[in-house]
Write a protein that binds this ligand. Structure first.
Ligand code: ADP
Ligand code: MG
Length: 703
């Protein structure tokens, strides 16, 4: 909902009938409801269908509020224990007790024996049978034909309940509000042509019907309109950023394909690119020829071969005399990129350098100098690359690997490193559902590598309980005999860091006992170690000097050790799905059959069970992320905080894909016709966007 210009909606809530200063204060404190508008935006989260009647024999759970119709008999006051009024309600399937502890006299007086009543409430299970305590009750013959069919149910808080603002109480004041509002109080900001095209309800109709629907069809239309608005406004803002960027910033044109690219392609390419890799390169090529700055997100599952795409992209920049920067989230990864770039380029005369936090002193100075003088072609590093002291001669291409570790601000810093902003390729191995990508990265072009290099054997994933550990040890020994290497990963979650550390150390000890030296060598890497020691241990494993790597999630992203073919994840139930998928992606990189073994305690909740099951069922990161979104909503997915997704009230990215696509297309069309949103027909929309500028959502440039 919007902050509109007309004063009515801005009226402080205390002026609403039924809300005094005390209630107003509580509404503000508990639900941040200050004005009419805020209350109007507190949508019901469900509705009771008051056309539906249950039979008494159907009353079989305490779960939800239901409505019954029956004849009242046996009205009596019972004085044993707590004094109560007890009434029998009967229909043709049975009878059930209605009970009141308060207001007894008044109810007793108003009830008429043998008359038919409608009651509404939630069943209680007590002493082996169901009853209703304090149900709503009304004479069936006086229920108006026009009575509210769908009764709204509102979320509330314990404190509000004490001020008689439970769901029903909120319903009462919302009813007052709705009856006070007229069509003109609610400014329609969508242009008429959009409303007509999709036969939408007006904003006024939608807001009234979302609280008090006339009927089911109106309710559905109201929900659709409000969901559309939520998604449309986000899309409009994101796409505006893109339009602005495309019009304001010129981009470097990488005209030529030259000697570096050609030599590499013809002589050095270690394999044939997959079709998906070729397609992505074409897309990048098109962007870098367009005269606009490229802002492209490359999504590719772990092991899909993003590195070579990055390398070739840098070669295209170099063919046009531009430098490239490649940023990785950790030193280990930067080191690995540096090595794989150097290895792939072999004796080609290309100057690749590594700059991380641990490159210091003279060595660092030398690199900075060479960089500024244009003597370095490709600089690979960690976030050290974006420090102010790092100045390029002519930076043309920035590749950011594993984007989610980089903050928006860090990316923005890169912009200033050249007079024309460099092209930006953001690579991520954390697949996210398309709906979410459209929203979080809505201003980026998206490329997907949806194909693994040929000849990979799918990783086999198994779930084992702690009680099966001996068998797992046996399996490990067999794999080591075959020459394979094994990761064992322990959770590290901040809140319980101490305990996790103990688990890790206990685990390390028991592994050391089970796999004694000198027959076996074990590495250990965890967050409390110094970077130097970590690298040392990692190095031993990379060189195949150790067979087992015991680690926390520090090895999660990027590491490429093809001979490591078994990934054992301890307490797997404590990891998120995308993290499990990332970790699993550390194996399956060589020619051998790889395995991922998810260890868990014997007792598991339903959700944990479902998560471990989907891991065993599929290797497809996109499928897993769709499942994750359904299971947990977007809150846990990286990047959602800045995207406005968290302010969605009704729209649900796992379910409302169709509406989202419609909203995005509508926004695209609108901006195509009116890039700056300044035509008369968009005046109201523009006002609305402006009035929302300072709202909670932080709009971010992705790069
Ligand atoms: P990621 O997308 O996870 O960064 P990498 O770029 O590290 O994946 O690639 C994983 C492995 O696959 C590397 O060993 C790489 O050399 C290899 N690879 C990449 N592309 C191909 C290809 N087209 N054919 C064969 N192997 C490939
Ligand atoms: Mg990678």
């Amino acid at each position: 909902m919007s902050s509109s210009q007309l004063p009515k909606l801005q009226t402080p809530i205390t002026f609403l009938k039924g809300v005094g200063p005390q209630k107003a204060e509580s509404l503000a404190k508990e639900l941040s409801i200050y004005t009419f508008e805020d209350l109007l935006a507190h949508y019901p989260f469900r509705y009771y269908d008051r056309t539906k009647f249950y039979k008494i024999e159907e009353v079989q759970s305490e779960e939800t509020f239901i409505q019954l119709k029956g004849i009242v008999s046996n009205i009596q006051i019972i004085n044993t224990g707590k004094k109560r009024l007890q009434v029998t309600l009967s229909d043709d399937t049975g009878s059930i007790d209605l009970i009141w502890f308060q207001g007894i006299a008044w109810i007793q007086k108003s009830l008429v024996l043998k008359k038919e009543y409608i009651i509404f409430g939630r069943p209680n299970y007590f002493n082996g049978r169901f009853n209703f305590s304090h149900p709503e009750i009304e004479l069936a013959e006086t229920r108006e034909a026009s009575a509210q069919v769908f009764q709204p149910v509102y979320s509330t808080t314990e404190k509000l309940k004490l001020k008689s603002l439970d769901s029903k109480g909120l319903g009462r004041i919302t009813k007052n509000l709705v009856s006070e509002l007229k069509e003109i109080d609610i400014v329609e900001y969508l242009p008429t042509y959009i409303i007509e095209k999709y036969k939408m309800l007006s904003l006024y109709e939608a807001l009234i019907n979302i609280h008090y629907p006339q009927n089911d069809s109106m309710l559905q239309r109201a929900i659709a309109r409000i969901k559309f608005d939520e998604l449309f406004l986000i899309q409009l803002k994101i796409l505006q950023v893109k339009v602005e960027r495309d019009t304001v910033f010129k981009g470097i044109v990488l005209e030529k394909i030259g000697v570096h690219f050609n030599t590499f392609y013809k002589e050095k390419m270690p394999f044939q690119l997959t079709e998906a890799q070729q397609r992505v390169l074409k897309e990048i090529r098109k962007d870098t020829l367009s005269g606009k700055q490229m802002n492209r997100l490359l999504q590719g599952d772990v092991g899909s071969g993003k590195t070579i795409v990055a390398l070739i992209t840098c070669l295209i920049a170099l063919d046009n005399q531009y430098q490239s920067a490649v940023m990785a989230p950790t030193e280990i990864l930067a080191q690995q990129h540096f090595e794989s770039f150097s290895l792939a380029l072999g004796d080609m005369p290309i100057r690749v350098r590594l700059l991380t936090g641990s490159v210091k002193g003279k060595k660092r100075e030398a690199i900075l100098k060479e960089l500024l003088e244009g003597e370095i072609d490709i600089l690979i590093g960690t976030h050290a690359l974006i420090e102010d002291t790092v100045q390029f001669k002519n930076l043309g291409m920035v590749v950011i690997d594993e984007q989610h570790r980089f903050g928006v601000g860090q990316r923005a810093k890169l912009w200033s490193k050249n007079t024309l902003p460099p092209h930006v390729l953001v690579m991520t191995a954390t697949p996210i559902p398309r709906t979410l990508a459209m929203t979080i990265y809505g201003d980026l072009e998206v490329s997907v590598i949806d194909q693994l290099p040929p000849g990979r054997k799918p990783i086999q994933t198994l779930h084992k309980f702690d009680s099966q550990r001996l068998a797992v040890f046996g399996f490990m020994k067999k794999e080591i005999e075959k020459g394979r290497q094994i990761y064992i990963v322990y959770p590290l979650i901040e809140e319980s860091e101490k305990m996790d550390f103990k688990d890790l150390m206990d685990g390390f000890e028991s592994i050391s006992r089970e796999f004694p030296m000198p027959q076996y060598q074990i590495s250990i890497v965890h967050g409390k170690m110094k970077a130097k020691d970590k690298d040392f241990e990692m190095g031993r494993f990379i060189r195949n000097e150790t067979q087992i790597m015991v680690a926390t999630t520090v090895i999660e992203v990027g590491v490429n050790i093809p001979n490591a073919s078994v990934m054992i994840i301890e307490s797997a139930e404590r990891f998120g799905l995308s993290q499990l998928h990332q970790l699993r992606g550390r194996v399956g990189r060589g020619a051998d059959q790889s395995y991922c073994i998810l260890m868990s305690g014997n007792k598991l909740g339903t959700e944990s069970r479902q998560r471990l099951k989907i891991m065993c069922d599929t290797n497809d990161g996109f499928e897993i992320s769709e499942f994750d979104l359904k299971l947990r909503g977007p809150g846990d997915i990286q990047g959602t905080q800045q995207s406005g997704v968290m302010n969605l009230k009704l729209a649900d990215l796992s379910k409302d894909k169709q509406i989202l696509i419609l909203a995005r297309e509508t926004a695209q069309e609108l901006l195509l016709n009116d890039p700056l949103i300044q035509k008369d027909i968009h005046q109201s929309l523009k006002n609305h966007l402006n009035s929302n500028k300072n709202s909670k959502t932080v709009w971010s440039r992705i790069s």
